[in-house]
Design a protein around this ligand. Structure first.
Ligand SMILES: [Fe+2]
Length: 462
């Protein structure tokens, strides 16, 4: 049972000095900045980049060098990042309760992005069924794309216009940006196509929705979600997408993540989504004292997501609120595993409590929605609105029947986010890596990339 707690919006919950500061803070836009109450030096700092930006006074004037240094030292020492691990001076201590002064931030998120799976399951308006005309256009233009086999680093959506499907594409985009954050598109007949044609159609649609990004050191614009290892997901040298194991809820490091099903499993392997806004609202209901921690920077394990990563970790908040738009980038596994590196500051008791609470929320019946993939199904998901996971599955023995999904990562402009939020580790599809990859290993054509790759990361990743 959730213990009774005082409302975070109750003024009496705050210490006197914090109550005054709260009133002052209302004079600035609390959606993108908050007073640095941990320091009590009367500064504002954009949430989610607290350690990166020079603070300003509440009237908008730049803070003095002395104040800036104090705040920077506080940040560098872990005041915002790591609770009470900062300097011993009380001014630099972190008190999560005091952060509840940001009450505009601590209101529940409303709107269609705050859905519950049990409500969505009662209907199917999250499924878009392609019309015959749309399907025929996609098959026809997709076949031309495959025949021309353009360089995937440079091909543009204008090269392959889709006038019939264009209205539907806007519906998908609206579903991601303004509604529940995802859509399942059904109606392609991938069981009748070559994998190359399915891949061509999928990539072409990706071009019309965003800008595909590279998904590994070799510059592949596709990844293959297919079990190619007997390793378990707990093995630090394994990639979850190469196992048959259940995957925990997480966000990918792109704006949009899209999956296309070429072949399903023998059993299991359902895709699961959970609304980020609902997670946040549930956290506010259960543990409002922990909710502000989401907006602080966290260390994420980079290496275990990408064995070619240039650093062991990267830093991103788990949530941000900019211009009234709530976004999430969350999941506990890669935060917990970042603790394997000695250079990463230790998680505080409060941070560990938050991770445990999030894991408990993920398991709450009625919140997630499960969906089975049929061949040709495409799931388009805006990472900032919902987390995704997968149940474990049983594969067929025959290689040609094994569960096989294609994955695209897309960049989309327009969503207000704090700088460096989540996606800062992913590169554009045409970004040069200074010849780091031998030319014979690169695959920039659909005819090449429609097949799983076995010549990269074999020891570590497969
Ligand atoms: Fe993922």
């Amino acid at each position: 049972m959730t213990p009774a707690r005082r409302s975070p919006r109750s003024a009496s919950f705050l210490k006197p000095n914090a109550r005054v500061a709260r009133q002052q803070a209302k004079r600035v836009r609390s959606t993108d900045s908050a007073m640095c109450i941990a320091c009590h030096i009367g500064l504002t700092m954009p949430l989610g980049q607290l350690a990166l930006t020079a603070p300003r006074h509440l009237d908008g004037q730049p803070a003095s060098e002395q104040s800036f240094v104090a705040a920077r030292n506080h940040n560098n020492a872990g005041g915002w990042l790591h609770g009470v691990s900062g300097p011993s001076d009380r001014r630099y201590r972190y008190d999560p309760k005091e952060l509840n002064m940001i009450d505009e931030l601590l209101r529940p998120v409303t709107g269609p992005a705050a859905w519950r799976g049990e409500d969505l399951r009662s209907g199917d308006d999250w499924i878009y069924h392609l019309s015959d005309d749309e399907r025929i256009e996609l098959e026809t233009v997709g076949a031309r794309f495959l025949a021309e086999d353009p360089d995937l680093r440079f091909v543009q959506a204008e090269d392959y216009p889709l006038p019939i499907t264009a209205a539907g594409l806007r519906v998908w985009e609206e579903a991601m940006e303004d509604k529940r954050g995802f859509i399942l598109v059904r109606g392609l007949r991938s069981d009748l196509y070559s994998d190359a044609l399915s891949a061509a159609i999928f990539f072409m649609l990706g071009l019309h929705i965003g800008d595909p990004m590279r998904q590994n050191e070799l510059g592949d614009a596709f990844d293959h979600v297919r079990a190619t290892t007997d390793k378990t997901v707990d093995d630090p040298t394994a990639l979850g997408s190469r196992t048959t194991d259940k995957l925990g809820f997480h966000s990918d490091s792109s704006d949009v993540v899209a999956l296309m099903c070429l072949r399903g499993s023998k059993s299991g392997g359902a895709s699961i989504l959970i609304s980020g806004a609902t997670i946040y609202n549930e956290l506010l209901r259960r543990r409002p004292d922990l909710a502000p921690l989401l907006f602080e920077p966290w260390y994420w394990d980079w290496y275990k997501q990408d064995h070619d990563a240039p650093e062991t970790t990267y830093v991103s908040p788990m949530a941000c609120m900019v211009d009234g738009v709530f976004s999430i980038y969350a999941g506990s596994r890669m935060i917990r595993s970042a603790q394997d590196y000695p250079e990463v500051p230790r998680l505080t008791a409060a941070q560990l409590e938050l991770l445990d609470e999030l894991d408990a929320i993920f398991l709450t019946p009625g919140l997630p929605i499960e969906m089975d993939f049929r061949p040709g199904d495409m799931q388009w998901l805006l990472n900032y609105t919902a987390l995704h996971s997968r149940t474990s599955y049983l594969d067929y023995q025959q290689p040609e029947k094994k569960r096989h999904l294609l994955r695209l990562w897309l960049k989309r402009e327009g969503r207000p986010l704090v700088p460096g939020f989540g996606k800062n580790v992913v590169k554009g599809r045409a970004e040069d890596r200074d010849g780091a990859v031998p030319a014979e290993k690169t695959r920039f054509r659909i005819s090449q990339i429609c097949y799983p790759r076995y010549d990269w990361g074999k020891d570590a990743a497969y």
